[in-house]
Ligand binder design. Structure first.
Ligand code: SAH
Ligand code: SF4
Ligand code: F3S
Length: 479
């Protein structure tokens, strides 16, 4: 056993760092562990639990890909795992509390297992995690996802890792990583990391660092490889995709990237999140109108309908400008579906401000919205202001917001009744029931056999509820 560990140590300390350096230099990532490491190092079963947004979800897929390439095996039950990683979210206090209560539970389960805290809470809390929870082995921020393999190897030799911060480069170089993707037909691709916007309530610029874009050729190469493996739908990910490409040596617009990705043979659908209204351009409207492969669905977070609140949030647009954008997109793509995020109870938000939010919601007619009670995030600009909207008022406003939006969502769902929609079936809902999405991102379920997974098929909608449409696959062309 000690021989194995010695060989592993030589590999880790002498050979691998050189390889990493040279591979990073030519832009590729070290994902494949050489035969030496696979044979001699103890391989482990890994369980990753993910909180937060799609970027975090995909980071988990990347970490699993890196670990799988080193010979470790992903498992779906934490009790079967020798390595447990929590990929955490810090966007609201509740999300963070979840992590600490989960850690309390895992402390009892841990035994010899390796326990890692990754993602945004790791970056926000830093060494405080190890102080509060000394049984944690790895603390790894979003800027160090690619080092998860080394961190786990070190932990297996009893060494702790604290990998935080960002290296300050403006370009995000990942090569073509081989993530372990949970869906074989619909895949995420990260096109950029970080955020430079510093909305006054938001912790993300602190947990994910400055904005860095991936070179377009890497993104296109990754999408091409996915297409070869049968992926039909790509979702491009970034905190603010509309400012993609600005820091690259050869700047390129997001719309140009969208067109390149949608031009790839085999990729039938392209989606993207998230867009910031201040950076939405006519070029994007034109790109969406020009390619039927770019799905007619836009998540455009408004956050508030009150100009006073928007200004204090540092969002840099007005409600009128937001509505003009919606009109512009609707003119370009008439059946475009919209969704949004809202925060209620931001410091200083009056009843009148809140009513302006309800007005905006009514005017847009969203397919759906996500809404949250404002939560103070230590270190942000708004945390310096009094959190003066009482908790009960925040809750009442949240209830009222959904009472305004829900009938709209319901009405829009009902409008699909007897309509024919194209659905990409990408998952099995239950035995004999396929699930997929319309171009407008509505969930559709039909009876059908598994062989149809991965196909885009016409469906006649027969029944609707707020979030789910049910229908039948059309076998003949309807007139
Ligand atoms: N980059 C995206 C989303 C980031 S976080 C964007 O710009 O829209 C996702 C959502 O969480 C935000 O849109 C916002 O509505 C919400 N959010 C962020 N910080 C919050 C806070 N401190 N309290 C409550 N909600 C918050
Ligand atoms: Fe946060 Fe604003 Fe950046 Fe979105 S754009 S991640 S809300 S700072
Ligand atoms: Fe949460 Fe980090 Fe995403 S704070 S919302 S996981 S960027």
């Amino acid at each position: 056993m000690s021989l194995i560990f010695n060989l592993c140590s030589i590999w880790e300390s002498l050979i691998r760092p050189k390889l990493v350096k040279s591979q990073k230099k030519n832009g590729s990532l070290v994902l494949d562990a050489p035969w030496f490491q696979i044979i001699f190092c103890a391989r482990m079963r890994v369980f990753v639990k993910t909180y937060g947004c799609q970027m975090n979800f995909h980071d988990s897929e990347l970490m699993l890909g890196i670990l799988a390439a080193q010979g470790h095996t992903p498992v779906e039950d934490e009790r079967d795992a020798e390595v447990i990683l929590l990929n955490t979210c810090a966007v609201r206090e509740k999300a963070e509390q979840k992590v600490y209560s989960e850690l309390g539970r895992l402390r009892r389960l841990k035994g010899d297992r390796i326990l890692g805290i990754c993602g945004c809470v790791a970056e926000k809390e830093k060494h405080r995690i190890l102080e509060r929870m000394p049984f944690v082995d790895v603390v790894l921020g979003p800027g160090h996802i690619e080092e998860i393999g080394e961190a786990v190897d070190r932990a297996s030799q009893g060494q702790k890792s604290l990998l935080l911060g960002f290296n300050g480069t403006k370009v995000l170089q990942r090569g073509v990583p081989r993530a372990v993707r949970s869906n074989p037909y619909s895949a995420f691709i990260t096109i950029m990391e970080g955020c430079n916007n510093f909305c006054t309530y938001c912790i993300v610029p602190y947990t994910r660092g400055k904005e860095r874009s991936r070179p377009p050729d890497e993104i296109v190469a990754e999408a091409e490889e996915l297409a070869k493996r049968g992926v039909k739908e790509i979702t491009l990910l970034g905190q603010n995709v509309n400012s993609y490409g600005m820091g690259l040596p050869e700047p390129i617009s997001f719309s140009t990237l969208l067109k390149r990705v949608s031009g790839i043979e085999g990729i039938e659908r392209v989606r993207f999140v998230t867009s910031h209204p201040k950076d939405c351009s006519e070029e994007l409207m034109e790109a969406m109108a020009s390619s039927p492969k770019i799905m007619p669905y836009l998540h455009l977070p408004a956050q508030s309908g009150s100009d006073r609140v928007l200004e204090r949030m540092g969002r840099r647009y007005t409600a009128a400008h937001y509505l003009e954008l919606i009109d512009g997109f609707r003119r370009a793509v008439p059946h475009m579906a919209f969704s949004s995020d809202f925060i209620v109870g931001f410091p200083g938000e009056t009843q009148e401000d809140f009513e302006a939010t309800l007005e905006l919601i009514k005017k847009v007619g969203y397919h759906g919205v996500f809404a949250f009670r404002y939560s103070v995030r230590e270190g942000t600009e708004a945390a310096k202001w009094e959190d003066d909207v009482p908790k009960e008022v925040k809750s009442e406003r949240l209830t009222e917001l959904f009472a305004t939006q829900d009938p709209i969502t319901e009405r829009i769902s009902e409008s699909y009744l007897n309509q024919r929609v194209e659905v990409l079936f990408d998952r099995l809902h239950s035995e004999g029931v396929l699930e997929g999405r319309t171009p407008t991102n509505k969930i559709v379920r039909v009876k059908g056999d598994e062989e149809k997974l991965g196909e885009i098929l016409p469906v006649k909608i027969k029944k609707t509820s707020m979030y789910i449409l049910e229908g039948e696959i059309e076998t003949e062309v309807s007139h």
